[in-house]
Design a protein around this ligand. Structure first.
Ligand code: UD1
Length: 385
């Protein structure tokens, strides 16, 4: 370890602030994109990108790189799918020599996927400091794999960049030092603001028969991928019965995640013809649909935030959320998974009684700038915050 630290000190004299950035799964990509763009504006930073390969399909990974102009990763660990333990262990094993050889000053992780946790753990064990972007979010539901990833990553990280005030309270309660916590805004909303004008040129509306000329029909967007919602046929069937009621009134576009697709195929669940089940779509098409939807129904974390930023009514089909600001300030309503409640809440929105919201503080498109400024000033090489 002493050898490892000496090598890093020596190396850092010869190069800028060397930051290894980690991505693994689809939601990491809109978060890393503005950070890399900002790092590239600073010649004193040497950004390196590592893809763990947790997601590997064209539609869950490659298309995001292309559409957002994310540079190809210098290293792809190609871990692929597996059980939680197997996937996490494989990332740990494969990333350790890469971190050791590249000697970064800092490892930056985003979000709450298995790759986030595994990369953080490997880094701190090598004495490398870790920055966690999107720290402090808590659902207080330990049956969610992401909650475990969030808690452990935050316990390990040296720099905790948070999107909302509640996150600060959570981190302080867990004993994290105040000086390591920075309220910076939301990098995913940086991406949303940056790419929204380009997304408006998408042809997805015409392709799905939702747009004629410049006129959009009313429609809803649905996403479901949480194990708690899609791994049980009974639960998924109940949810889709509720969605069918909505689909009887307006088309509902449902880009299906592979996890949900596996269950739909196995169970052969039927659905209303206006429930448009399509394969996963790229970032720009999805953003276009979100921005034009009358109603969004989701169990995703990020989509709760994107709809709040867009001012589009969102029903979250879960019993809890780690993103309470989308409820207290935004357009999100935590409706749960009871089909009757989902239908009633959707009817309210279709009748024009959706919740109005406002955009949370600092969700202004400049979060990545703040993070990079802090890393450059508050994180001089080798020093704790
Ligand atoms: C993962 C994240 C979740 C995130 C989600 C976004 C964890 C614990 N979960 O869940 O937080 O919200 O990504 O999509 O990190 N598969 C493919 N192609 C791929 C990747 C996966 O077909 O490129 C299939 C595999 O059969 C795999 C299943 O999808 O077993 C689930 O993938 P996995 O990465 O384990 O979890 P997600 O449900 O995608």
């Amino acid at each position: 370890m002493v050898y490892c630290l000496r090598r890093r000190e020596l190396a850092s004299m010869a190069h800028g602030l060397r930051i290894i950035n980690i991505v693994g799964a689809r939601p990491n990509l809109p978060k890393i994109s503005p950070l890399l763009r900002e790092m590239q504006r600073h010649p004193e930073i040497e950004p390196i990108l590592i893809h763990t390969g947790q997601h590997y399909d064209e539609t869950l990974s490659d298309i995001f790189f292309r559409q957002m102009g994310i540079p190809a990763p210098q290293v792809n660990l190609e871990v692929g799918s597996g059980s939680h333990a197997a996937q996490t262990a494989e990332i740990l094993k494969r990333i350790e020599p890469v971190l050791f050889n590249r000697q970064p000053d800092l490892v930056l992780v985003v979000g709450d996927v298995n790759s986030t946790l595994a990369a953080s753990l490997a880094a701190v064990k090598l004495g490398i400091r870790v920055a966690h972007v999107e720290a402090g979010l808590r659902s207080f539901d330990r049956s969610m794999p992401e909650e475990i990833n969030r808690v452990v990553t935050d316990a390990l990280a040296d720099y905790l960049f948070v999107t909302e005030q509640d996150a600060i309270e959570h981190l302080l309660r867990e004993g994290r030092p105040r000086e390591s916590i920075f309220l910076v805004g939301n990098v995913m909303i940086d991406s949303l603001r940056h790419f929204l004008p380009i997304a408006q040129q998408s042809r997805i509306g015409e392709e799905l028969g939702l747009k004629n000329g410049s006129d959009w029909r009313r429609f809803a967007v649905l996403t479901l991928h949480r194990p708690s919602n899609v791994d049980s046929t009974e639960k998924l069937t109940g949810l889709l019965r509720a969605i069918d009621v909505v689909a009887a009134q307006i088309p509902v576009v449902f880009p299906v995640h592979p996890r949900a697709q596996q269950r739909l195929t196995q169970a052969g669940i039927g659905h209303h013809p206006q429930l448009l089940i399509i394969p996963p779509i790229g970032y720009l098409d999805f953003l276009c649909l979100l921005s034009r939807a009358t109603l969004v129904m989701t169990d995703s974390g990020g989509i709760q935030e994107e709809t709040t930023a867009l001012g589009v009514p969102c029903l979250t089909l879960r019993e809890n959320t780690e993103r309470p600001v989308t409820i207290s300030e935004g357009t999100n309503l935590l409706v749960g998974t009871d089909p009757c409640k989902i239908v009633a809440a959707a009817q309210d929105i279709l009748a024009g009684k959706g919740k109005a919201g406002r955009i949370p503080p600092l969700w202004d498109g400049h979060a990545a700038e703040r993070i990079v400024d802090i890393l450059l000033t508050a994180a001089p090489r080798g020093k704790a915050p």
